[in-house]
Design a protein around this ligand. Sequence first.
Ligand code: ATP
Ligand code: MG
Length: 448
Amino acid sequence: MVFPAHVLAAIRKLNTAGYEGYAVGGCVRDSLLGKTPHDWDLATSALPEQVKEVFAGCRVLETGIQHGTVTLLTDGGPLEITTYRVDGVYSDGRRPDSVAFTGSLREDLARRDFTVNAMACHPDEGIVDCFSGKKDLENGLIRCVGDPDKRFSEDALRLMRALRFSSVLGFLIHPDTAESLLRCREALSHIAAERILSELLKLLCGKDVFRVLMDYPQLLWVFLPELQPMHQFNQHTPYHLYDVWEHTARAVAAAPPKPALRLALLFHDAGKPSCFTRDDAGQGHFKGHAAVSEMLSRQMLNRLKASNELKSRVLMPVRCHDDAIPAERKAVKRWLGKLGAERFSALLAVKKADDAAKNPEFSQRPQIEALETLAEELAAENTCVSLKDLAVNGSDLLAAGCPAGPEVGRLLAALLTQVIEERCPNERDALLAAAAREYEGYESTTLF
Ligand code: ATP
Ligand code: MG
């Protein structure tokens, strides 16, 4: 394992002062997987006060001192140093009532969630692996340290962490741990929405999200019961090869790994089961499902305490995922004006992933790619699609004699429509002339 200089220096300093110090958890796991860890955590036999003494003169923050954690600010980045700990009783299934410090590295590793997260490493001693984490890492297995039922009932967030690591690392879940996940799933209802959402988004962006969604949907139903009716819901249409849930799981996996896109795909067809009808030929239809999906999505996002930013990034593509957009300049300009370039491209990404999970015989991919090309061309031309691109603004209209007030906004909107519809060039004189004509239309008086 390659220790960065600041980590090595901190371990040496602890050792020189007579304490143990090891890199632990995610950084050991990721190093053994050949990845560069995004952060390093140290565990030590030194008590928090002793850690502060060892690093006297350095910048130290008491970030979680009651749990034994201090953060050392180094030139190589912040470093969390946590005293070996055993967790007390978990009476609420969320956090221990107390933590006790211990001098034993093994006890500290035993409180960790999964074997692959329960390894320590020292620059001279190498890996300390009390729970066969290395073997599980080699075999690609997520397995609880100790009795899974006990570990999941102590802290139900571990249920979501198991799914998240399984998806992100592409590891299967050991059968004993997997059975326990299903038995203990109701405990997820006690976990704070924000923590669930954060794990869910990471899970959705993992490389094995398809398998995890197909194998463990029941866990998601605990906090998102709206998703349950999709499961094994036969669509009875030639446009689809899979039931609503499998289509959804495939669509999520087909999207770029961005949280809002993948969440939008998870939710996009939630309205289908309640909109299902069959025609005389027996074919299934889901008229109006996008609006119902949007309503259900809003409900789910509120329950998950999503930020307003995330809500809007998810709700728009859910609402518009089935809208037909002709591959024509004017239509694309209208959409660009309505959504802006970034959101329009997000909508197309959602449409593409949705399409990729349907029957390929009816693929719309070439049309969606034509829309992408058009949007790129229009961006390269700096085409006017919004008020800020218009060659006149409110002050220009006022200076030309338009009365102050709502008239200004109305005129600007009308001018933008003319430019987007290519009825008027985006040039100052032409626009002022067009404004005068528009105004006459409203007021039967002459402006300018
Ligand atoms: P990443 O930082 O890449 O998400 P990580 O494994 O470092 O993964 P963290 O949440 O940073 O995850 O936690 C650091 C370590 O603390 C874990 O590797 C694990 O050993 C332990 N840990 C974290 N959360 C829990 C938990 N809920 N129960 C038991 N141990 C945990
Ligand atoms: Mg970490």
